[in-house]
Ligand binder design. Structure first.
Ligand code: HEC
Length: 155
C-alpha cells in the first residue's frame, strides 16, 4: 500500500466514524424544516408589513376596489387579515399564482389549501376589468416588497 491509498482508507474510516453523527444532524435539520413548513401554514404568522409604492393609474383603481371587496379578509394593502392571507407573500408571486389564478379565485372561490382561514367565497360582484386592476395593484405591491416571479416548484 503506498502512502496515498493509506490516506484514502483512513479518510473512509473517519467518514464511517462520523456517519451516526451525520445522520443525527440530518434528522435534526429535517425536523426543523418540517417545523418551519408547519408554522408557515398557521394563521398567526400571516400578517405582513406592506410598503406601498407610488402606484400606476390602473393600480390606483385596483387599490380602491381591493379596499371595497378584499381588504376585510386580506387586510389593508393585502398585508393579511383575520379572514385571509396576505397576497403580498412569496407564494402569490406570479410564477406560483399567475394572473389567471386571481380571476379563477374570484369566480369560483378558493377551497382552503395553503392556510387555515377556511374557504374564500366567490366574488361575483367583481368584473373582469376591476379584477385586472386589482391584480395590477397586488403585483405592484409585491414588486415593491421584494416579491418577484419565481418558477413554480411542486411545494
Ligand atoms: C371572506 C374572506 C375573503 C374575501 C372577501 C376575499 N378573499 Fe381571497 N382568499 C381568502 C382566503 C381564506 C384565501 C386562502 C385559501 C387558502 O389557500 O387556504 C384566499 C385566497 C385568495 C387567493 C389565492 C388563490 C389561490 O389560487 O390560492 C387570491 C388570488 C385571492 N384570495 C384574491 C382575492 C381578491 C382579489 C379578493 C377581492 C376581490 C378576495 N380574495 C376576497 C378569503 C377571502
Amino acid at each position: 500500500m503506498n502512502k496515498n491509498s493509506a490516506a484514502k482508507v483512513s479518510l473512509a474510516e473517519r467518514f464511517k466514524e462520523k456517519l451516526p453523527a451525520l445522520l443525527v444532524s440530518l434528522v435534526v435539520v429535517g425536523g426543523v424544516l418540517v417545523f418551519i413548513y408547519q408554522s408557515s401554514q398557521q394563521t398567526g404568522s400571516a400578517q405582513v408589513d406592506v410598503k406601498v409604492p407610488a402606484l400606476s393609474a390602473i393600480a390606483l383603481q385596483g387599490e380602491v376596489a381591493f379596499a371595497e371587496n378584499c381588504a376585510k379578509c386580506h387586510g389593508d394593502n393585502a398585508g393579511g387579515g383575520i379572514g385571509g392571507p396576505p397576497l403580498v407573500h412569496k407564494i402569490y408571486n406570479s410564477g406560483h399564482h399567475a394572473d389567471g389564478a386571481f380571476w379563477l379565485a374570484l369566480q369560483r372561490g378558493v377551497p382552503q389549501h395553503h392556510w387555515r382561514f377556511g374557504n374564500m367565497p366567490p366574488q361575483p360582484q367583481v368584473s373582469e376589468d376591476v379584477a385586472k386592476a386589482i391584480v395590477a395593484y397586488v403585483r405592484e405591491l409585491q414588486a415593491a416588497n421584494g416579491i418577484a416571479y419565481q418558477p413554480h416548484r411542486m411545494n
